[in-house]
Design a protein around this ligand. Structure first.
Ligand code: URA
Length: 287
């Protein structure tokens, strides 16, 4: 194998592992690192602060917001560089567009610095079922919409099998889809507990504003986050729960990305979908 072919093969292997971006969780200013060190003075804190602001502005300019259902503004630093607490900010949002804007401009997570788009939601806000996944992947980050990659295509086929469709406006067929995290974690890694906790107030407000009859969590991350449990999805799936504080019925099931890797588990997911369909029929009161 030539050197070039070997390098390309190594690159493809890294991409398969999910290492598709040359970034880390925290921004590193390589230009600043290569500069000679300034002698220590009483104003040592000034340069890094300026660097951090410049990096944030560059990233905000790169983020387009294209394709967002509820596009938010570009990132803006809080006056004085402080980060507003998530819970009052989320509570102050009186509509879904206001919540999308609050989420997109919130500076409380570094994930925003490695992502292109704040991925808010897709589907119909008046839908009886709200589907909650984990976090955007590369395709979702590019398009600004949740579940548009391979896992999303499988999710669409699963929903179609029980008569649901994210493009439907009619409440009998409509669904609403979002994630726990609106920003793509680098390399599609699993979100940390800290990240999930940080975004939870926005998710809870999102549920209040959408007002669904049923929550359908797909995968470990949304199930653990919303049920405040450490029990894994293999034990939780298919077991109806009551979500607090909303009091809504919540059904956990497998994530479609897991089903793509473990097709034999689709039979369990099918049972969960039938259970969801039955609950929707029961709760519709014949409408
Ligand atoms: N996986 C998720 O959990 N959410 C998405 O939007 C895409 C993939």
């Amino acid at each position: 194998m030539s050197d070039r072919a070997a390098l390309l093969a190594a690159l493809a292997w890294q991409l398969d592992l999910g290492a598709d971006e040359a970034i880390t969780d925290h921004p590193q200013d390589r230009f600043a690192e290569s500069q000679p060190k300034a002698p220590a003075t009483g104003t040592a804190g000034a340069a890094p602060r300026a660097t951090t602001r410049a990096t944030g502005a560059a990233v905000a300019a790169r983020r387009g917001g294209d394709g967002d259902l509820f596009p938010g503004p570009a990132a803006s630093a809080e006056p004085g560089g402080e980060t507003a607490p998530a819970a009052p900010l989320a509570a102050a949002a009186k509509s879904l567009p206001e919540l999308a804007e609050a989420l997109a401009s919130w500076q409380g997570s570094d994930l925003r610095k490695g992502a292109r788009n704040c991925v808010f939601a897709d589907g119909q806000p008046g839908a009886p079922v709200m589907i909650i996944g984990e976090a955007p992947g590369a395709d979702e980050d590019r398009q600004g919409k949740p579940f548009v990659g391979r896992a999303g295509q499988l999710l669409d086929r699963m929903l179609a099998a029980i008569g649901l469709d994210r493009a439907a406006e009619d409440p009998a067929h409509a669904v609403y889809i979002t994630n726990i995290l609106p920003w793509r974690p680098p390399g599609n890694r699993t979100p940390s507990d800290r990240e999930v906790t940080a975004f939870l107030p926005f998710v809870l407000r999102h549920i209040e504003l959408v007002g669904p009859r049923i929550l359908f969590t797909i995968g470990n991350t949304p199930t653990k986050a919303l049920m405040n449990t450490t029990i894994g999805i293999r034990r939780m799936r298919g077991q109806w729960q009551t979500h607090q504080p909303s009091g809504l019925p919540l059904l956990p099931s497998f994530h479609p990305a897991y089903l793509l890797r473990q097709p034999a588990e689709k039979r369990h997911a099918w049972r969960d979908l039938l259970s969801l369909r039955a609950a929707l029929d029961d709760s519709s009161g014949g409408t």
